[in-house]
Design a protein around this ligand. Structure first.
Ligand SMILES: *[C@@H]1O[C@H](CO)[C@@H](O)[C@H](O)[C@H]1NC(C)=O
Ligand SMILES: *[C@@H]1O[C@H](CO)[C@@H](O)[C@H](O)[C@H]1NC(C)=O
Ligand SMILES: *[C@@H]1O[C@H](CO)[C@@H](O)[C@H](O)[C@H]1NC(C)=O
Ligand SMILES: *[C@@H]1O[C@H](CO)[C@@H](O)[C@H](O)[C@H]1NC(C)=O
Length: 425
């Protein structure tokens, strides 16, 4: 019995190695497709070099008959970390009529593979997670939702489950034909209502709904760095566009202390007593900064494989200027922003605090006025420590360090420097 867990990890690593080989083989070979003049194949004819919907269409010039309806599915990924405003960005996509949105499906991978560790730093664990995650994401972008079932506990029977994580955050899964509890006039179903009123989720119907939509968007907070996604980004069957969301690590820390009360208990003790507990898990902070640094360094160095596929968004910019930033995001995706997205922004960024208390993971309270409110919540000690630990990434992302408690608490002085991150195209 002693060795059984090691055996499991070894097995898992072996299976990842096999996956890797499979992916390598696949990506290194040109993608063979019969040149059938069908809309589905059209975008693929140009191979991985012609990725945008516009270019995809140009590739179809030989078949003008089809050219009006040939844009490929876009596979959108919101790459973020917890408490960085990813629910907000997810909603900006979820509200769009042509987008099928899934909220953090990798949750199921993590709870199945690494049940006890919420943010494992063990390198072997991370590799296991990553291999499985890439596989799952690839399937989900292809609307193969059955693949997810192997990670759901208890295992769904007859392709039906009531255990899909945060199902209610996905509009398509709370409306017809997937759920009959609400009519087309129930525009914005509350997440809790969806959970209560919809019957168990029929994965077959969910997959059909996914295929019906033009695009698929997935929110991911369990992949450390953009570099970990290279195999997916380069997969010629996919048309991935990554929106990487970052936030001031000081703000993330503050938000996590409020939200994950058990996991961040020692940080609360530090804040309350002014003394750093000797057994504080500093990696809860350092991992965020290391992952951001790795990711952002890769993203901003413009490697060829990310060309046209990577956009860096600072949460603070989105909070200040939600409509404008959202337009930029849709621009990058090559999609037009629809009315419901705009309306959702209008109703959810007014800074109303009434709704917020109810929703631990709500998006309302994270609106503009709150982007820098962490400054009033963290002690100067903690801020100083974070600044020392995350110095490089703060600088890279344009977050100003403070030199005194007075400066920290002086809200007329913003710590977010103007900085533009032009999508690499
Ligand atoms: C374009 O494709 C969509 C989805 O496949 C389909 O519903 C629609 O009818 C098509 N439009 C035209 C003009 O063929
Ligand atoms: C699954 O479907 C079969 C055939 O319709 C039925 O007999 C069985 O009871 C179902 N299982 C569950 C767990 O609902
Ligand atoms: C799920 O939906 C499919 C397609 O409509 C249907 O054939 C199947 O019977 C449904 N499954 C259950 C368990 O109701
Ligand atoms: C806050 O910062 C502003 C801008 O630098 C400065 O003019 C003001 O004196 C500061 N207020 C306090 C109380 O330090």
């Amino acid at each position: 019995m002693q060795c059984s867990w090691k055996a499991v990890i070894l097995l898992a690593l072996a299976s990842i190695a096999i996956q890797y080989t499979a992916i390598r083989t696949l990506t290194s070979k040109p993608f063979q497709l019969c040149p059938v003049p069908s809309p589905q194949n059209c975008g693929l004819l140009g191979g991985p070099e012609t990725e945008s919907p516009m270019e995809g269409r140009a590739g179809c010039d030989d078949y003008p008959y089809f050219s009006f309806n040939t844009s490929r599915k876009t596979h959108i990924m919101v790459l973020a970390t917890t408490r960085s405003g990813s629910s907000f960005v997810g909603q900006l996509l979820n509200q769009h009529a042509d987008i099928f949105y899934l909220f953090e499906p990798l949750y199921h991978v993590q709870t199945t593979l690494i049940p006890r560790l919420s943010h494992s730093r063990n390198a072997a664990d991370r590799r296991v997670m990553l291999g499985a995650s890439r596989d799952l994401l690839r399937s989900l972008y292809g609307c193969d939702l059955y693949f997810l079932e192997s990670y759901i506990k208890p295992a769904p029977a007859n392709h039906t489950t009531d255990k899909l994580f945060r199902r209610g955050a996905s509009r398509a899964l709370c409306s017809q034909p997937v759920c009959d509890a609400f009519g087309p006039t129930d525009a914005n179903v509350e997440e809790g209502d969806c959970f209560k009123k919809c019957a168990a989720l029929n994965m077959t119907l969910a997959a059909d709904a996914c295929r019906e939509k033009r695009h698929v968007a997935i929110k991911v907070v369990r992949v450390p760095e953009i570099g970990d996604l290279r195999a997916l980004v380069e997969d010629p069957r996919l048309n991935i566009k990554v929106i990487q969301l970052v936030r001031d690590p000081r703000g993330i820390l503050s938000s996590r202390i409020e939200t994950f009360r058990d996991t961040y208990r020692l940080w609360r003790i530090w804040r309350a007593t002014g003394r750093r507990p000797y057994n504080l898990d500093l990696s809860q902070l350092t991992v965020v900064c290391e992952d951001f640094l790795g990711s952002v360094s890769t993203g901003l160095s413009h490697p060829h494989w990310l060309k046209g596929k990577y956009m860096l968004v600072r949460y603070e910019d989105l909070s200040r200027n939600p409509l404008l930033k959202t337009m930029e995001i849709y621009d990058f995706l090559g999609l037009s922003m629809d009315k419901s997205v705009e309306e959702w922004i209008q109703t959810n960024t007014r800074g109303s605090t009434e709704l917020s208390a109810k929703h631990k993971y709500g998006t309302v309270r994270d609106s503009a006025a709150n982007a820098e409110s962490w400054r009033l919540k963290l002690s100067y000690d903690m801020v100083e420590y974070t600044q020392a630990t995350c110095q490089k990434v703060l600088h890279q992302l344009g977050y100003k360090a403070v030199k005194s408690a007075e400066e920290l608490k002086n809200m007329s002085l913003s710590l977010v420097q103007d900085k533009t991150f032009v999508p690499f195209s």
